[in-house]
Design a protein around this ligand. Structure first.
Ligand SMILES: C[S@@+](CC[C@H](N)C(=O)[O-])C[C@H]1O[C@@H](n2cnc3c(N)ncnc32)[C@H](O)[C@@H]1O
Length: 277
């Protein structure tokens, strides 16, 4: 396990993932019943952007720093939560900031140091459970919860070549355990080929009601660079496709320009319905 999210916190990929996460959880919270959130790959929970790790890559300068410098109105909810947490919130801190008294969060993290940091952060919090356990195993073990409504965030580091396949398996397992849960899985876009294969696998998976969104900072032709990223959403709440389009456009407007202010060839975004309801 080499991946440490502290090097990447607040980058453009985090911004997209977290803005979508906020929209999805708010949509589930439109009704009063409790929501159970499972964060399968949680990281440490929140990140100091002045840390040596964050400073080493400086990725957040092209991500959250740009959004905070010129905040789009429609990202006000997400950006308000970021400012409220103080540090850059990872998915656990962001979700925690949104929990109502009737909601619960379970976080899984396998890296021993990151799991210890996460456990410490929530040690006195009765609404948050932290598990040092494998994400894929936890999907089977922690679902279904007592709550009728659930949100599962799947955010692997994609260090292993089989992680696109594991995402499909994980989504299928989550749906088997909790059919009505909203599932959101982040994926990197380096080259087009793995994304096409992911879409094909999902179309053939037997899962229903799947939307894929993508943001490209440049054409996804160089497999050694993170040229964009996307999210698969299964069982999206009503209005998701329209909302995702506006979030993606706001992200592209603020984050799509290079150092010279011009967008690169191939920058853009897409909202694709892969499988109907
Ligand atoms: C991309 S980071 C998560 C970032 C976090 N979701 C956020 O948005 O702030 C992926 C995390 O998954 C952890 N991880 C990798 N493999 C795992 C596994 N099989 N089970 C649980 N956690 C895992 C890594 O240690 C890393 O902290």
């Amino acid at each position: 396990m080499n991946y440490r999210h502290a090097f990447h916190a607040g980058n453009f990929a985090d911004c997209l993932k977290h803005a979508v996460l906020v929209w999805l959880l708010r949509a589930l919270q439109r009704k009063p019943g409790g929501v159970f959130v499972l964060d399968t790959h949680a990281g440490t929970g929140a990140y100091d952007l002045e840390s040596p790790e964050a400073q080493r890559t400086g990725e957040w300068h092209q991500g959250i720093a740009r959004l905070l410098a010129d905040p789009p109105d429609l990202l006000a909810d997400y950006l308000g939560l970021v400012q409220g947490v103080g540090l850059y919130p990872g998915s656990p801190a962001l979700i925690r900031a949104m929990l109502r008294p009737q909601d619960r969060l379970a976080c899984c993290e396998l890296h021993p140091e990151d799991a210890a940091t996460l456990r410490q952060r929530f040690s006195r919090d009765p609404q948050v459970a932290v598990h040092r356990r494998d994400a894929w195993e936890a999907i089977g073990a922690l679902l279904p919860p007592a709550e009728k409504r659930g949100l599962v965030l799947i955010d692997p580091p994609y260090e292993q070549p089989n992680e696109f396949g594991q995402v499909v398996t994980g989504l299928k397992l989550a749906t088997t355990r909790m059919r009505q849960a909203v599932l959101a899985a982040w994926f990197p876009v380096k080259h087009r080929t793995p994304v096409r294969e992911l879409h094909l696998a999902l179309r053939q998976s037997g899962l229903r009601d799947i939307v894929s969104i993508e943001l490209w900072l440049r054409a996804p032709l160089d497999a050694s660079r993170l040229n964009g990223c996307g999210m698969i959403v299964v069982n999206p709440p009503f209005g998701f496709e329209a909302a995702a389009g506006t979030i993606l456009k706001a992200m592209l407007d603020r984050l799509g320009a290079g150092q010279d202010g011009a967008g690169e060839d191939g920058a853009g975004f897409a909202v694709d319905r892969l499988v109907d309801e």
